[in-house]
Design a protein. Structure first.
Length: 232
């Protein structure tokens, strides 16, 4: 297959861990072993505990095929539903959303707008009220010494989300021209088409957000401003 080989010269971090290289090369090994294990458990229950009414085939279908299908769809929801439903904590250049229910299904991946703003953090739930079960597991592993150097969310990024919440609350109450004026007060014009934030975000941080579009293009919570009526 043309795209099957991994260009390890471009991902040096991956090549440093032989166990990850093995899993990357023999990616079917773990699913096959898992399937065999599930069938074996089902066979054991069928023979040793017939009163449960569990058969080897039944247990295998539920724990391998159905569970894998649900896992796959839960994962794919992030690149579909998490770009349609939810709220935006950051004014990123995409349509990513934060969704509490998807965060439960995917153990934290539902805070997708956070991830798009700062994908370098170990956590996707940037605030204590944003449930991120995967990060909780990583934190426990770090306490046990199995992993380390978990990258935190910079304070400047957290401050930026607070500013965005002000925009979300206040801008819907303003006509379009006032929206542009409010945004211009927080963004400097670097060139004709490009803006950069004047908040405390470090200029060395990757993916600095550009200024949001003008009011006739601006979108908040799925409602275009040129169609929304200002609140009285």
């Amino acid at each position: 297959m043309k795209n099957f080989p991994t260009p390890y010269n471009k991902v040096h971090d991956l090549s440093r861990y032989p166990e990850l290289v093995f899993l990357n090369r023999y990616d079917k090994t773990v699913p096959i072993l898992y399937g065999v294990l599930m069938f074996g458990i089902g066979f054991f229950l069928e023979k040793k505990f017939p009163s449960l009414g569990v058969t080897a085939g039944q247990f295998f279908v539920w724990t391998f095929f159905i569970s894998t299908t649900l896992l796959l769809h839960g994962t794919l929801f992030i690149n579909s539903l998490a770009h349609l439903w939810g709220h935006r904590s950051y004014l990123t250049e995409d349509d990513s959303r934060n969704n509490f229910w998807l965060s439960l299904i995917t153990l934290g991946e539902g805070w997708h707008n956070n991830h798009h703003r700062y994908p370098h953090a170990a956590r996707q739930g940037f605030h204590w009220w944003e449930v991120d079960i995967t990060y909780y597991g990583l934190k426990i592993l770090s306490w046990m010494g199995f992993i380390w150097d978990l990258r935190p969310v910079p304070v400047s990024i957290l401050e930026e989300s607070a500013l965005t919440r002000i925009f979300h609350t206040d801008l819907l109450r303003k006509p379009g021209s006032q929206i542009d004026a409010a945004l211009d007060s927080h963004f400097d014009l670097d060139s004709r088409d490009t803006y950069s934030p004047t908040s405390k975000c470090s200029p060395t941080l990757p993916h600095q957000p550009s200024r949001p579009p003008r009011h006739d293009q601006y979108e908040i919570s799925g409602l275009s401003q040129n169609r929304a009526q200002p609140l009285s």
